[in-house]
Design a protein around this ligand. Sequence first.
Ligand SMILES: [Zn+2]
Length: 266
Amino acid sequence: MTKEEFQTAFKPIADGLFGKQGGRRYERPHFDVRPLGDMLMDLADIPPEEWYGYAFSREPLNGKFQDEQRREWMEKSLSCGREYAKKICHKYQTKDPKALAKAMGMDVSFPEFPEKTDRVLFAEFRMPNNICIYMDAVKKAEKLFDRPGVSEVLTRKLDVSRLLLSHELFHCVEEEYHEEIFTKTEKIRLWSLGFLHNDSNIIALSEIAAMGFAQEIMGISYSPYLMDVFLVYGYSPEEASGLYEEMMELAHRPVPPIETGEEKDV
Ligand SMILES: [Zn+2]
């Protein structure tokens, strides 16, 4: 994938941050660009449990669920991710995602861009033991720490590539414990006919748990879902602003009006 292809792949953003979910999206209208620090501050204020609307919005089976069910799955998946973070850190006696990856026998690489152009990714886990962290996105994000308010919200010490790595490590943990882990054992019945039936995993549960896992390992108070806005901002402030509005609406929060220069002078 070339730099140009990677850039154009952002319009519209087809997937969430980690790109494992292929929900259908409408073509976005134009969005006014908002200051990054303001958006992150609002998003950091949403408790991790209240991200269920956004978390399920990329789930292919989302139309089959009710909010009550989404909320219950959100809580269970977050706890699952946090619980396994503690378990794995205890097992390998480290909280450092790089050391964990090594102990787990993962092959981690840091290429600039993804190879394929069909979806936008910031990081990726490939079976059985490959993790790629795409550094162009990480470097662009690191430059944004100087924007007003950003390091206050994210903390100056936040290491973006470690956060991405922590998320991907969960997908490896999930494979290892697939017979017992909640995100793999919980299924919904798509159809049944006599003795035949078809049960499916719910992809959103894995993503939510991976966010809980990453949050626990990184020791951050906010939901890593806000990284979607942060990482996209490096490529398209307008797309990131649109994503912010969508996140706020899905979390039932008011979307503040944009302060224009004129209004500020009044
Ligand atoms: Zn993921």
